[in-house]
Design a protein around this ligand. Structure first.
Ligand SMILES: Nc1ncnc2c1ncn2[C@@H]1O[C@H](COP(=O)(O)OP(=O)(O)OP(=O)(O)O)[C@@H](O)[C@H]1O
Ligand SMILES: [Mg+2]
Length: 264
């Protein structure tokens, strides 16, 4: 068993200050015909247990690309992304399965719900795959559906739900797994302000009460004061904009607007 596997299965990260995920000079280029897109450039970032990090930045600035690398779904073209000290580019399939089932939960910008399954089944399935027992699965599924306000929509299939409801199901699915880290890409993009604040409030609670780590991208400046750290992503580079609960949300959004060079 490699060192990284041992770390994934055996090591308890909660309560320690060691980063659970680290990006070290991570860059991601996309090679197109006659053009290279530098989607993420030299990002160095630590994600520690019990930390709520938000990434803000204009469309096309590199947020999804970065989040996918932090999740191990994509690998840097240069630099590294480590999970508990192990380079995710070197993980084998078994290690990835472990990671996906137990450690990292992803909320996709496109929701990624299974169309033939009900809301309830969409939330429950990953727990079934991860081997969570039937009564615990049912308890957690009902609990998270209630938390996101969709207990009464449990039997609906995704096409019978509004965009915001589908989004809340995809959040419920990640939360129910109780991973150590949730990486959420625009998790409130389809939500009204009350529901968006509720979801960020839930994330805030989870990092405090369960020592989870959350990284969420957002365009919504009103949600930022719940985060511990805010990074602005600008042309693939990140800049730590604010640390702590009180954030000047206006300052946050000034910088991208001042620069028109970025593709939108
Ligand atoms: N598969 C790909 N091939 C080529 N270029 C890509 C690919 N995926 C993304 N890009 C480019 O990389 C840059 C960053 O894209 P990314 O999706 O990370 O942005 P984003 O910040 O998440 O934007 P949004 O807020 O619209 O979701 C963009 O310029 C995009 O066009
Ligand atoms: Mg995106």
């Amino acid at each position: 068993m490699s060192q990284a596997t041992e770390q994934i299965t055996d090591r308890e990260s909660r309560g320690t200050s060691t980063p659970i995920i680290q990006a070290i000079n991570a860059s991601r280029d996309y090679q197109l015909v006659g053009e290279t897109v530098h989607a993420v450039r030299n990002v160095t970032l630590d994600i520690r247990m019990g930390e709520f990090i938000t990434l803000v930045g204009r469309s096309g600035s590199g947020k999804t690309t970065l989040l996918n690398m932090l999740a191990g779904l994509d690998h840097p073209t240069s630099g590294q992304v480590l999970f508990e000290g192990g380079d995710m580019a070197d993980f084998n399939e078994k290690q990835f399965i472990q990671l996906r089932r137990h450690r990292i939960g992803v909320v996709f910008q496109s929701f990624a719900l299974l169309p033939l399954l009900s809301a309830y089944e969409n939330v429950e399935l990953p727990m079934r795959i991860a081997g969570v027992g039937a009564s615990e699965r049912s308890k957690r599924t009902n609990e998270v559906l209630d938390i996101v306000g969709l207990g009464r929509r449990a039997k609906h299939r995704p096409y019978e739900l509004s965009g915001g409801e589908q989004q809340r199901i995809s959040i419920a699915r990640a939360v129910a797994m109780r991973p150590n880290v949730i990486l959420a890409d625009e998790p409130t993009g389809e939500l009204d302000s009350v529901n968006a604040a509720h979801i960020f409030g839930l994330f805030h609670e989870m990092v405090i009460e369960e020592d989870m780590s959350i990284v969420a991208t957002t365009h919504d400046s009103t949600l930022l004061d719940m985060a511990d750290k805010i990074y602005t992503v600008h042309n693939g580079e990140i800049e730590l904009t604010e640390v702590g609960g009180r954030v000047d949300a206006d300052a946050q959004f000034k910088r991208p607007d001042e620069d028109d060079s970025e593709q939108d």
